[in-house]
Design a protein around this ligand. Structure first.
Ligand code: HEM
Length: 540
């Protein structure tokens, strides 16, 4: 579709340009030429010359837009198979198929090549899937050649939706300050979980149907906001709503604008409601964050939250408060829907396999301190909960492909293989997670598979790799290398604390007549939790 639309748009542009040229020439030449022009004719001639100048500028600008909007040509590496066949008809069909069937296409490619190189057709060209042995080669590759942010900008049409950011402020601060202060942040987060559940899951005497994804997303948005800027931010309902809506509008806005040919997108963005509402979310972020930053600037107050650390670590132009507020919104994009998916998926798993509930409850009860909190050491002792979170993610990962990067210039790997310029690369994470060489009996859901490894082989590499937040070539759900998710340690604790609260306070089951967990919804590389309903009742 992209190629057809692109040709069509260029054809339109060509006709328009030709029309403009003809018009300007006719105007400059005039229709009633006389051999001896009068004075007023000289004025007309001067005006016409000016006009033709303007038209030429417009025309050159127009042609420049066409050239600059043109998608970069992709060259394929020779000899690498393409899932579904390499003739152009099949490739075109399979680009469409990828939208809702990417998982099985990746499995097909992964199995056929035995985990080797393969291309999978998609809307952003034929993506090159890499064998994991090359991750070491690529993990520290220069970002101007192997570009992490470009994947986001392309996937979410960042030029129009603002998704994706080249700022390093938030990854820097999450990686250093948040991870360092994680134990200090968690008590407030756990209090916020109690408050958020009181608001989003009010106590109920009888089985009550709720929308899992919606409610959990609200809880996660509040809890994340507490870590971003304390209770002043988490209790700010307008901010919390904006932080949830930002990602949703960004996603839908991107899908809608992708339907337009490249050349029309700069205009089309004004007609897409989701893209138009994004400016409002930035305004809300500024309204919420700037007063907090100003008050702290005045009093010199230090805080244990992301806003404080960002303003403390910001350099040069990063110090602008509007900029910090905009980055806050971008962190919320990285943190909220991603972390909300995990407990939602796990709730479905527990409704389908209730035999896991009691052992998990017992484990949580055994580590609580007298205030009902989980402390730093106890988070590490929740081995069963950690294990089932990882198993749940193995069956329903957030992303089918991770370590997504755009290679801008030909990139030579250590064994001489050259990744051609303008190639989207990635690792087929969902296929790795079902590889029997990495996960014995992979199709069997074994909630405690990782707990068993950690119990039988404590303090080993295998035990470290069996943790939820681990990032290694067999466990790629949080990516790998210099851009591996820096928020995964916070996410792991947050999800554990949410699940602990749920396990201690609620029973859960599917509504009558629904025994099986709902299938996740697949869209391109993303796996969405089915926004189904389940019943809950307050326990004890
Ligand atoms: C279960 C929840 C989460 C999942 C599954 C997840 C997943 C990911 C993935 C796959 C990447 C790309 C890594 C790569 O390609 O190598 C990433 C990057 C990132 N994540 Fe997460 N994430 C989660 C939660 C969070 C949270 C809670 C935060 C913030 C506190 C966060 C902040 C970030 C940031 C800032 C990046 C970009 C890193 C960079 O630019 O170097 N994530 N995440």
């Amino acid at each position: 579709m992209a190629v057809k639309d692109y040709l069509y748009a260029n054809l339109m542009a060509l006709f328009l340009s030709a029309g403009l040229i003809v018009l300007s020439l006719r105007y400059v030449a005039g229709e009633n030429e006389s051999t001896f022009p009068a004075i007023e004719d000289f004025e007309i001639f001067e005006n016409r010359t000016k006009l033709s100048g303007y038209l030429t500028v417009i025309l050159v600008g127009f042609l420049f837009v066409i050239v600059s909007q043109r998608p970069k040509r992709q060259k394929l590496a020779p000899g690498i198979p393409i899932v579904g066949g390499s003739d152009i008809q099949h490739v075109k069909q399979n680009r469409k198929r990828f939208i809702h069937d990417g998982k099985s296409m990746l499995t097909e490619g992964y199995r056929q090549t035995n985990g080797g190189f393969f291309y999978v057709p998609s809307n952003c060209g034929e993506r090159l899937m890499l064998p994991v042995k090359y991750l070491e080669d690529l993990k520290t590759a220069p970002i101007d050649q192997v570009d992490f942010v470009a994947t986001f900008i392309e996937m979410f049409e960042g030029k129009y939706t603002t998704m994706g950011s080249r700022s390093t402020l938030h990854p820097r601060v999450v990686r250093a300050q948040l991870n360092h202060h994680l134990p200090d942040v968690m008590p407030a987060v756990q209090q916020e979980i109690r408050n958020a559940f009181d608001a989003a899951f009010p106590p109920c005497e009888d089985w009550t149907e709720i929308n899992v994804v919606e409610r959990i997303t609200k809880v996660v948005a509040r809890v994340s906001s507490c870590m971003f800027g304390g209770t002043e931010l988490s209790e700010n309902e307008k901010w919390v709503a904006a932080s949830i809506a930002f990602a949703i509008d960004g996603f839908h806005g991107a899908q809608k604008i992708k339907r337009y040919p490249h050349i029309l997108r700069p205009i089309a963005k004004y007609f897409i409601p989701e893209i138009r509402s994004i400016a409002g979310h930035y305004a809300e972020a500024e309204k919420a964050a700037i007063p907090i930053l100003k008050a702290r600037q005045k009093t010199g107050e230090k805080a244990l939250d992301l806003l404080y650390w960002m303003s403390d670590q910001a350099k040069g132009s990063e110090r602008d408060m509007k900029f910090i507020a905009s980055i806050l919104l971008k962190v919320s994009f990285a943190a909220i829907h991603t972390s909300a998916a995990a407990p939602s998926q796990l709730i479905y798993d527990l409704c389908a396999m209730p035999e896991y509930v009691e052992p998990l409850r017992k484990e949580v009860e055994s580590v609580l301190d007298p205030d009902g909190n989980i402390d730093k050491k106890s988070f590490g002792q929740l081995v069963k909960l950690d294990s089932i979170m990882k198993e749940s993610q193995r069956f329903n990962p957030l992303l089918l492909i991770t370590f997504e990067r755009v290679v801008h210039r030909p990139y030579r790997l250590s064994d001489g293989f050259v990744i051609p310029a303008h190639t989207h690369i990635g690792v087929p994470t969902s296929s790795l997670l079902m590889d029997p060489d990495l996960y014995p009996d992979p199709e069997r859901y074994d909630g405690f598979r990782f707990a068993k490894i950690r119990t039988h082989e404590p303090n080993t590499d295998a035990s470290a790799r069996a943790q939820y937040a681990a990032s290694n070539p067999a466990s790629m759900s949080f990516g790998f290398g210099r851009h591996a998710c820096p928020g995964r340690f916070f996410a792991a604790n947050e999800i554990k604390a949410i699940m602990a609260y749920l396990l201690l306070n609620f029973d859960m089951k599917f509504p009558e007549g629904k025994e099986k967990r709902p299938e996740s919804l697949l869209f391109e590389t993303q796996f969405f939790t089915e926004p189904n309903r389940y019943s809950h009742v307050q326990a004890a």
